[in-house]
Design a protein around this ligand. Structure first.
Ligand code: SF4
Length: 378
């Protein structure tokens, strides 16, 4: 795999530590392991070295909970990133944060070293829902955290919300949206809960202790989300993402636009040239790869032309602006109708896709069944 030194990359650094494990979480995140943070950060710094002098216009420190780290540890990591990559002047530099893990001083320190965007995991402003989700914070702490971030100078921040939660009503969800709006975030990401196998929540649902809203109610929540956020000036630019004008996430867009990105840390994935590769989520296996140079611990995939074409479609269709037929032809040297005419005509006939001038995009009805649409392009 060859790194193009002239390309501009996105950089993702994974911090796999959390205060506690949320009931629904199947991410690579480990509670009670902060004692390993120093050695983990050394591994991250070692892995990063190979990318010295690469241009980056987006950095995202995510997790896990990066702000679980001591302030000095996170600042040292930021410093390492700045001395490794050539960050563009307009580089979007995001740190993910959870309420209860950062205070005013912590935010001021991040702001001072050039972090210019926060992504704050709130998920809900309803106390019962937060307890069911097993979050480490309550609603008041979430609001205080956001106010401290604003006071420290962060005006560009994302709030994460969730819907389709156990026992959640449409009214409860609307109230959480309005609570979020009152805090004036530049960006809102809002995903429907997926109950993943092996999580505490999955066990509770299987035992009948938790009841999820039915599909119709879940869709009503999603439609309410779009309506309320649109009425309040947020552009619905991707299935689950909303932003004020000019505040779309560059980090997220890189993924949907299939632009190159470098993932560093346990469970982090990279997209470089025709290759996708990911580090293992287990900390000891990750250390093995970095310290002992055990490359076959990485999951690597070389994309075929076929893979790239279907990625272009199903990642691009996630964006409400849709995909460009001209760009498809420029990228792959073949007309999109020659390759996918059957599927496009079928979904246009069902009014799940629309084809207007150069653009093919999901309709509102198509967004509701987007996964079924994407499947037919795989
Ligand atoms: S804070 Fe996020 S990463 Fe950590 S356990 Fe909860 S959902 Fe998982």
């Amino acid at each position: 795999m060859k790194i193009d030194k002239n390309a501009v990359y996105g950089v993702y650094i994974h911090i796999p530590f959390c205060l506690k494990k949320c009931a629904y979480c199947d991410f690579a995140s480990y509670p009670n392991l902060l004692s390993k943070a120093d050695s983990y950060l050394e591994d991250v710094a070692t892995e990063m070295k190979q990318y010295k002098g690469i241009y980056a216009n987006s950095v995202y420190i995510g997790g896990g909970t990066p702000t679980c780290l001591k302030k000095e540890q996170l600042l040292k990591l930021v410093d390492k990133i700045k001395s490794t990559f050539l960050l563009t002047d307009d580089c979007e530099f995001t740190v993910e944060c959870n309420p209860k893990t950062a205070d005013y001083d912590y935010f001021c320190a991040l702001n001072n070293v050039g972090v210019n965007r926060l992504s704050i995991g709130v998920q809900s402003f309803n106390e019962d829902e937060l307890k069911l989700l097993g979050r480490a914070h309550n609603a008041e702490e979430a609001k205080e955290c956001i106010q401290m971030a604003k006071k420290a100078g962060f005006l560009n921040y994302n709030l994460d919300l969730m819907f389709g939660l156990p026992n959640q009503s449409l009214l409860d969800f609307k109230k959480s949206i309005h609570d979020a709006l009152a805090l004036e975030p530049a960006h809102i990401s809002c995903y429907s809960l997926i109950v993943e196998e092996g999580t505490k929540m999955c066990d509770m649902v299987n035992r009948g202790e938790l009841i999820l809203p039915d599909e119709d109610e879940e869709r009503r929540m999603y439609h309410a989300l779009i309506k309320i956020l649109s009425d309040n000036g947020y552009e619905h630019y991707e299935i689950s993402n909303f932003a004020l004008r000019g505040m779309q996430s560059r980090h997220n867009n890189k993924y949907w636009n299939r632009e190159p990105y470098i993932g560093i840390g346990a469970a982090a994935h990279s997209n470089i040239g025709d290759f996708r590769f990911g580090n293992p989520p287990e900390l000891d296996l990750y250390t093995d790869i970095v310290k002992n140079n055990v490359p076959d611990g990485r999951e690597t995939e070389k994309l075929t032309a076929e893979d790239k074409m279907s990625e272009f479609i199903f990642l691009g269709l996630r964006k409400t602006e849709g995909i460009s037929k001209i760009k498809f032809k420029d990228n792959f040297g073949i007309d999109i109708y020659e390759k996918y005419g059957e599927q496009i005509k079928k979904f246009c006939g069902l009014k799940l896709l629309e084809d207007k001038s150069d653009t093919i995009r999901l309709t509102s009805a198509g967004i509701d069944v987007s996964n079924s649409v994407f499947c037919e392009f795989l």
